[in-house]
Design a protein around this ligand. Sequence first.
Ligand SMILES: NC(=O)c1ccc[n+]([C@@H]2O[C@H](COP(=O)([O-])OP(=O)(O)OC[C@H]3O[C@@H](n4cnc5c(N)ncnc54)[C@H](OP(=O)(O)O)[C@@H]3O)[C@@H](O)[C@H]2O)c1
Length: 445
Amino acid sequence: MNAVKTQGAQSVLDFDRTLISRVDMTGRVVIVTGANSGLGFETARRLCDGGNDVILACRNEGKGKDAVDKIIKANPNALATFMQLDLADMSSIRNFVDQFGATNKKLNVLVNNAGLFLNLKDTHRQFTKDNFELTMGTNYLGPFLLTHLLLDNLKTTGAETEDARIVFVASSVHDGTHKMFKKNPAANLDPEDLFLEKDGMYNAQQAYKNSKLAIVMATYQLAQVLEDSKVTVNCLCPGFIPSTELVRNAGSMKKFMLRYILGGMFRLMKVSRTLDQGVRAILDLISNETLKGVTGKYYVDMKEVRSSEESYDEEIQKKLWELSARYCHMEGYEPLDAPPPPPPTEETVEKTKTKKEVEPEEKAEEKEEIEADAQEKQKEENKQEEPETEVITKPKEEEKSEPEATPTEADAELEVKLEGAGEPEDLKKAAAVEPQQIAVEVTAS
Ligand SMILES: NC(=O)c1ccc[n+]([C@@H]2O[C@H](COP(=O)([O-])OP(=O)(O)OC[C@H]3O[C@@H](n4cnc5c(N)ncnc54)[C@H](OP(=O)(O)O)[C@@H]3O)[C@@H](O)[C@H]2O)c1
């Protein structure tokens, strides 16, 4: 076994998580945001299988209820509940917290998982209900407000159980030196321009980077604020996982390439992580007994690692905190409202029209993709080396697994390979874009 000793945790790639002693999760109340698909759904499902009382906080009622049904169908004893939450709408967040409060449940763990990643080519800013730039609003400001509104509840549980936790799902792309930014360099986060209003500042890639950086910075600040409580807060990058819905905003061809052609390549090259690995990394922060009391850390592959240099700038952290609290109209801060979005330009109107016109075609394509996806997922599930529910329920025998390159090393390796002469020509043609371009885009997450 190639176990790497780190602060309590070990690598998702070389260590069987089930050997680490776990906090007894039975009956613990866990909120998972964005729990209707991808990492959120799998995390919620496994938490339910481990006896937790799980609230699936999803923006779409149909999708949220379907997710709950799916969990309960497979496990009739599962304690899974849907509650509506749109992180791109402050009133929805407040409403969610009120409704959760009315249940009188004591919250043990909050998993801020939900997130969106817009089409990288999209240079038109979109907005939340409160006029925040959409990516920053959904990925960061929404979870920031949600977390703060749930803090009293978490503190009460922390005082009673000595262990309440907040987990933020960030991304290695919070780092402006990530190779994704090689061709299109990222700027540092400017709290004075949180919504990228300045000329030429906005692109979806920069917005995603900033939103994930803001999560890491808020984790560090919140850990200080919660110092004297029994509530911990940590964040992680789950790794690049092409099989989730995060790439939904990419074009159909790219999605296809990513999932069925490059996805396989990435797996072989060990650049990407499986859904199972990503979920285990999240579960680790939720339930690893040895992480009790550990706070204000950033994890990749279950190892505590340093985040980007930029993320440790305390002055920016503090400015960001103050600004976020003001935008979220939090008690004790002078409220600040985001300016109304600029009127739509001819180009955006045209784009919306074109989108509407192509919608039926896209829907048909999407349907085919969903069917193909379902088949692919089924195949992957059949391939799983271990029953997933055991991940959080029973200790298992130690298993040997291949050590893999860290994402950075693997990313570099991938880039070299794609730049090299052996690049498959037909692959390029099929994608109608440079594979390199896809690689750079997809390693974004
Ligand atoms: N997959 C990766 O490679 C990767 C890598 C690094 C980090 N991450 C992070 O991992 C997290 C989970 O992503 P995923 O890969 O599992 O993608 P996913 O399958 O697309 O899941 C994202 C979830 O977020 C929800 N969401 C989006 N906007 C929301 C809003 N306004 N309010 C409430 N929920 C909202 C989505 O709900 P709808 O279905 O209703 O849209 C969905 O349930 C994200 O934070 C992502 O940034 C992913």
